[in-house]
Design a protein around this ligand. Structure first.
Ligand code: GLN
Length: 186
């Protein structure tokens, strides 16, 4: 079973290393056809508007749309924005894989870059979470499970096989988020 990491833009290398550390076989996905060779996909952070542009070729967006509705996917930050069902600030296209509304760049300067220790449903030690120009989840659908919240805002969520984080777990040493994704793949 190979986990794909969308490698068009952003910090895909760090995600790839995290997954490999956990023993997963990883393939970087740069062409739409490569989606046929992976059984799950990580969509990294970066700039969602840029990712949208880069996905606008060779039916990449259309192929990704089918993929995210059928296979386990994990989006961090910009990746979470792409997987949402509604995006604001500004409105932009999204894949609708998770029933959430999300606001881009929602925290202004205070969360340009911030590190917080946050409790999660996993229990144990709080998790270090790195936020970089983070989005805020402003609506959570009934089928969405909140795995962690920070100051009242959900920051780690799951709906079926889809998981999103508004922070960057690939930038911390804690591997529990990636491990949780791999565990969810079965
Ligand atoms: N601000 C970016 C966006 O709106 C997301 C930031 C990130 O991925 N670190 O797409």
């Amino acid at each position: 079973m190979t986990v794909g990491v969308l490698a068009l833009q952003g910090d895909y290398d760090a995600h790839s290393r995290c997954l490999q550390e956990l023993g997963a076989s990883v393939a970087l996905v740069r062409q739409p056809g490569q989606l046929d060779d992976v059984s799950a996909l990580v969509i990294p952070g970066g700039e969602s508007s840029v990712l949208l542009k880069l996905l606008g070729r060779d039916q990449f967006w259309e192929k990704l749309q089918v993929f995210v509705h059928n296979k386990p996917c994990f989006g961090t930050c910009a990746g979470a924005i792409l997987l949402a069902s509604e995006v604001e600030n500004p409105e932009q296209s999204c894949l609708g894989a998770m029933d959430i509304r999300i606001q881009r760049n929602a925290y202004g300067r205070q969360m340009q870059s911030a590190i917080h220790q946050v409790d999660t449903v996993l229990g144990g030690d709080p998790m270090e979470m790195v936020f970089i120009r983070a989005p805020r989840v402003t609506r959570v659908g009934a089928k969405v499970e909140i795995l962690a919240s920070h100051q009242g805002d959900p920051v780690w969520l799951r709906q079926g096989e889809i998981m999103v984080a508004t922070f960057h777990p690939e930038l911390s040493k804690d591997r529990r988020v990636h491990a949780e994704f791999l565990r969810g793949m079965g």
